[in-house]
Design a protein around this ligand. Structure first.
Ligand SMILES: [Fe+2]
Length: 257
C-alpha cells in the first residue's frame, strides 16, 4: 500500500464526513468529537509504528486503519442518537458496511484490504479474535493501543472542561450515578479488562478505562500512559472508596512493572 492510496482514502473520508457536519447542531457536536479523535488516533498510530520501527508501507496501512476505525460512529449517531453500542449497534460493523457501500478499499490488494477490515472489526471487541494470523493480530493490537491512548485524552479533556453536555457525549450517554458497578470494580481489582456491558455510569466508564491498561500491547504504549499521567488524572474524578482505590493501585502497579 502506497502513501498515495492513503491520500485517496483521506479524500473520501473528508467528503464523507463533511456531509455529517452539515446536520443538526447535536449531531455536528458528536461528529466533531469523533473527527478530532480520529486525527489523534492517526497520530498515535504513526507514533507506534515509528517507535516499533515498522516498514513505511506498514505505517501507511496502520494510519489507514486509524483513519477508518470509527467511521461508523457518524451513521450510528444519525440512526440511533447514541454512541452506546449496546443501545444501538456495533459501530465497527456499521463502519465496515459504510466502507463496503462506498467501495473505499476496493482499489487495494485483497491481502491489504482484508487486513484493514479485520483490524477495524477487532478494534472495539473485548478481545481480539483468536483465529487470526500473526500479521493481522499485530495490526489489531496497534489500533487497540492507538485508540485507547486517545480515548483517555478525550475523556480527560471533557472532564476538565466541566461541560456537562460534552461529558455526556464523551461518556456515551451514561449518567452521573455515584455508585459503581461491582463487576467493573472486581475486574480491575483482578487485573482484567472489564466488559463494557456492565457500564451504568460515567464513573464506571472512568474506572473501566483505567482497566484498559491491562490490554495494552506494547511497552511504548504503557510508557506513554505513565508519562501522560492518565491513570492518576482519571482517578481524581472517581469517588473515595476502598475497593475503587485498590483497583486503581492494581492498575498503577501493572503499568510501573
Ligand atoms: Fe471505535
Amino acid at each position: 500500500m502506497k502513501n498515495e492510496d492513503f491520500i485517496m482514502i483521506r479524500e473520501w473520508y473528508d467528503s464523507y464526513t463533511a456531509a455529517y457536519l452539515k446536520m443538526s447542531p447535536g449531531i455536528r457536536e458528536s461528529v466533531e468529537i469523533k473527527l478530532d479523535h480520529t486525527e489523534q488516533v492517526v497520530r498515535e498510530m504513526g507514533m507506534l509504528t515509528t517507535e516499533l520501527e515498522m516498514p513505511e508501507q506498514d505505517g501507511v496501512i496502520g494510519r489507514t486503519i486509524a483513519l477508518l476505525h470509527d467511521i461508523g460512529r457518524h451513521e450510528q449517531v444519525v440512526r440511533y442518537g447514541t454512541m452506546n453500542d449496546r443501545k444501538s449497534t456495533d459501530h465497527a460493523e456499521l463502519g465496515l458496511k459504510e466502507i463496503t457501500r462506498h467501495m473505499v478499499l476496493d482499489h487495494l490488494e485483497e491481502s491489504v484490504s482484508d487486513l484493514i477490515v479485520t483490524a477495524i472489526r477487532n478494534h472495539n471487541k473485548l478481545k481480539i479474535a483468536d483465529d487470526l494470523d500473526e500479521r493481522t493480530v499485530l495490526f489489531c493490537k496497534l489500533i487497540r493501543d492507538a485508540d485507547k491512548l486517545d480515548i483517555w485524552r478525550v475523556i480527560l479533556e471533557m472532564d476538565q472542561s466541566g461541560d456537562e453536555c460534552k461529558i455526556e457525549k464523551a461518556f456515551i450517554g451514561l449518567g452521573k450515578k455515584k455508585s459503581m458497578a461491582w463487576e467493573i470494580v472486581r475486574a480491575v481489582k483482578s487485573g482484567e479488562m472489564a466488559d463494557m456491558k456492565f457500564l451504568e455510569s460515567q464513573n464506571d466508564f472512568r474506572l473501566l478505562s483505567i482497566g484498559w491498561v491491562f490490554d495494552l500491547n506494547f511497552e511504548v504504549s504503557k510508557r506513554e500512559v505513565l508519562a501522560r499521567k492518565y491513570v492518576d488524572t482519571l482517578a481524581k474524578y472517581l469517588p473515595e472508596d476502598s475497593n475503587v482505590e485498590e483497583a486503581i493501585s492494581v492498575a498503577k502497579k501493572y503499568l510501573a512493572k
